[in-house]
Design a protein around this ligand. Structure first.
Ligand SMILES: [Zn+2]
Length: 353
């Protein structure tokens, strides 16, 4: 059992590292045996370093033995754009090689041969349902898209929205309800999507599509094509009869291709968020209708030749746009933004009939 002062010192080290934007010092506190957590914490501290947060605080309560390890209640707080943010959760601590480490929220684990569900106390029933649904999503991906993930799919279900958001990025907008970034777990707040509705399947399907697109492209696919393909497959994968885009959706106003590429979704709110998703989905539906999944997949796999840029999607928008345009040019023959726009407009006119 670690001493309370050791846990407190570890959390103080993490807080100091956030306030000093010291990525090395922050990551030195993370349990190195948990690769997924390490990737998540790496993305979190790097993308938070640019925010200039100076008043981040993380305080731990008295540690206690809990199931398979040591946990303590952590309360963290900071100010972002003048707005105070706070959350509290039970964190896990691990001693390894004589050193104490932060091991993330104290989740319970439910696992099969393909899927790991991490869930909070009281979430057992939802975890079971999530395991079944995620397994069905993977079955559909194998049958319909000929895709099998390289590794376990991890899903982390947070009991609290702020704990969920702050586990991803310290500036993640409040409207986000599900998350997947290459190398990370699929994250969501338990209860954000009612299991008795199709929304629950669609959320898991959407986030798992992100994982597929990242794996196929070595995470070089653009932000819009990620959201576009996730937006289409979340509907069509469970129902082969559905079109990639419904006729009644063709009347919406879409952002021009050249403009859409440069937009940072995580900076948007309200109607702009809906327009970004609708436009991305329309572009993906156009590609799938015109060229088919086989060719679109080939375009994604064309990007495997580019090295991995080990940062989050939002941080590499210019690079992933260039790589996606190169692939679209090489495999689909659309060699400029204008050529893409023109072919899209023609497809859309045809859809409107
Ligand atoms: Zn998405």
């Amino acid at each position: 059992m670690p001493k309370p002062e050791d846990v407190a010192a570890l959390m103080a080290q993490r807080a100091e590292a956030v306030n000093n934007s010291d990525q090395g010092a922050y990551l030195a506190t993370v349990w190195p045996s948990d690769e997924v957590l390490m990737k998540e914490e790496d993305n979190l501290i790097r993308s938070s370093s640019a925010l200039g947060i100076k008043d981040y605080s993380a305080k731990a309560g008295t540690p206690s033995h809990h199931r398979d390890g040591v946990t303590a209640e952590v309360t963290q707080s900071y100010t972002l754009d003048g707005v105070p943010r706070q959350c509290a959760y039970e964190a896990k601590f691990v001693s390894e090689g004589g050193k104490l480490y932060y091991a993330g929220p104290a989740f319970l684990l439910l696992q099969s041969d393909r899927v790991k569900i991490y869930y909070a106390e009281g979430g057992g029933e939802l975890a079971q349902k999530t395991l079944e649904t995620e397994t069905a999503v993977l079955d559909a991906m194998k049958t319909r898209l000929d895709f099998v993930p390289q590794d376990f799919i991890s899903v982390k279900q947070y009991a609290d929205q702020q704990v969920f958001l702050q586990s991803v990025k310290l500036d993640l907008p409040d409207w986000v309800a599900g998350w997947q970034e290459y190398g990370e777990a699929i994250k969501t707040r338990a209860g954000a999507f009612p299991v008795e509705t199709g929304d629950f399947w669609r959320m898991l399907n959407h986030e798992t599509t992100h994982l597929m697109v990242s794996e196929l492209s070595n995470d070089n696919a653009s932000y819009w094509i990620q959201e576009g393909l996730a937006g289409v497959f979340q509907h069509t994968l469970s129902d082969p009869g559905l079109p990639n885009m419904a006729k009644e959706e063709t009347g919406q106003e879409f952002t021009p291709y050249a403009e859409q590429k440069g937009i940072s979704l995580e900076r948007l709110s309200g109607a702009d968020v809906r327009k970004y998703y609708a436009t991305s989905r329309a572009f993906a539906a156009f590609l799938l209708d015109t060229y088919g999944w086989g060719k679109v997949r080939q375009a994604l796999e064309y990007m495997k030749k580019y090295p991995l840029i080990p940062v989050t999607g939002a941080e590499k928008i210019p690079e992933s746009n260039t790589r996606t345009d190169e692939a679209i040019k090489a495999i689909l023959g659309l060699d400029t933004d204008d050529a893409f726009q023109q072919a899209f407009d023609e497809w859309l006119d045809g859809m409107k009939g």
